[in-house]
Design a binder for this molecule. Structure first.
Ligand code: SAM
Length: 213
C-alpha cells in the first residue's frame, strides 16, 4: 500500500507530465518542433506555413549550388512573398522582387495572370507561385526565355477539392511542365520537397553561347 504522501507525489508528477505533453503538442502544432531539413518529416507538412517556405527556399539555394555560379549574380524572385530568399543570397548578388502586393519598397508590382515581369536575369526563382496562376506554363516559358537559370517549385497534388482549399487555381501535370521546359530550356535537376511538391533547376535560353543576361 502506498502511503498518502507517496500517492500525492505520484498524482503531482502525473499532472506535470500531462502539462508537458499538452505544451509540447501545442508547440509542435505551431511549428516550433518541426525540423526544417528533415525531408521525410516535411513531407507531411507542406502547406501555407512560413517555416516550410523557408525550407523550400533553402532547398532551392542548395539545388542552385550545383551549377557553381560566381559573384555578382542578378536574381529575380517572381512572387517574392516575405522575401525569404533575399536573406539566403550571397551579399554581392542583386535581388529584384516581383509580386502583385507591395512586399518592400523595391517590389515590382505585376499580376502574372495579365502581365509578365520585365528584365533579364542570371537566375529567376518562382517558389510556391505557379499553383496560384491561370496559365502557369506561360510564366514558366517567359522565365526560361529571360534567365540563364530558373529554379521553380510546383505541387502536383491531384485532388481538386484540396487544391481549391489552398486557393490554388492551376493544375498541371509533370508532362506539361516537362514539355514547357524542353521547348525553351533544359532540366538540370529536380528535388522532392515532400508529398507532391518538387523543386526544379533548369537552364534557360540565356545560358546559350552568345546570349547574355
Ligand atoms: C505561397 S506565396 C510564396 C512566396 C515566396 N515565393 C516563398 O516561397 O516564400 C505566393 C506568392 O505569390 C504571389 N502571387 C500569387 N499570385 C500572383 C499573381 N497573379 N501575380 C503576382 N504575384 C502573385 C503572392 O502574392 C505571394 O507572395
Amino acid at each position: 500500500m502506498m502511503d498518502h504522501s507517496a500517492l500525492m507525489e505520484t498524482v503531482r508528477i502525473k499532472r506535470i507530465a500531462e502539462k508537458v505533453r499538452k505544451l509540447s503538442g501545442a508547440l509542435y502544432r505551431i511549428g516550433v518542433f518541426r525540423p526544417f531539413r528533415n525531408e521525410n518529416h516535411l513531407a507531411e507538412n507542406v502547406g501555407p506555413n512560413v517555416r516550410e517556405w523557408k525550407y523550400r527556399a533553402e532547398l532551392a539555394m542548395r539545388i542552385l549550388a550545383d551549377v557553381k555560379l560566381g559573384s555578382g549574380q542578378r536574381v529575380a524572385d517572381y512572387g517574392c512573398g516575405r522575401q525569404t530568399l533575399r536573406t539566403l543570397l550571397p551579399p554581392d548578388w542583386t535581388y529584384t522582387p516581383f509580386d502583385y502586393c507591395e512586399r518592400s519598397n523595391d517590389t515590382r508590382i505585376v499580376d502574372f495572370n495579365t502581365t509578365f515581369p520585365s528584365g533579364d536575369f542570371d537566375v529567376i526563382f518562382i517558389l510556391g507561385v505557379l499553383e496560384y496562376l491561370n496559365r502557369p506554363t506561360e510564366l514558366l516559358a517567359h522565365a526560361l526565355r529571360h534567365a540563364r537559370f530558373l529554379v521553380f517549385s510546383y505541387n502536383f497534388l491531384g485532388e481538386h477539392e484540396r487544391r481549391e482549399r489552398q486557393g490554388w487555381i492551376s493544375c498541371v501535370d509533370v508532362k506539361e511542365i516537362d514539355n514547357t521546359i524542353v521547348s525553351c530550356g533544359e532540366i538540370v535537376g529536380r528535388s522532392h520537397i515532400g508529398k507532391n511538391q518538387w523543386v526544379y533547376l533548369c537552364r534557360g535560353d540565356l545560358s546559350q553561347p552568345g546570349r547574355t543576361a
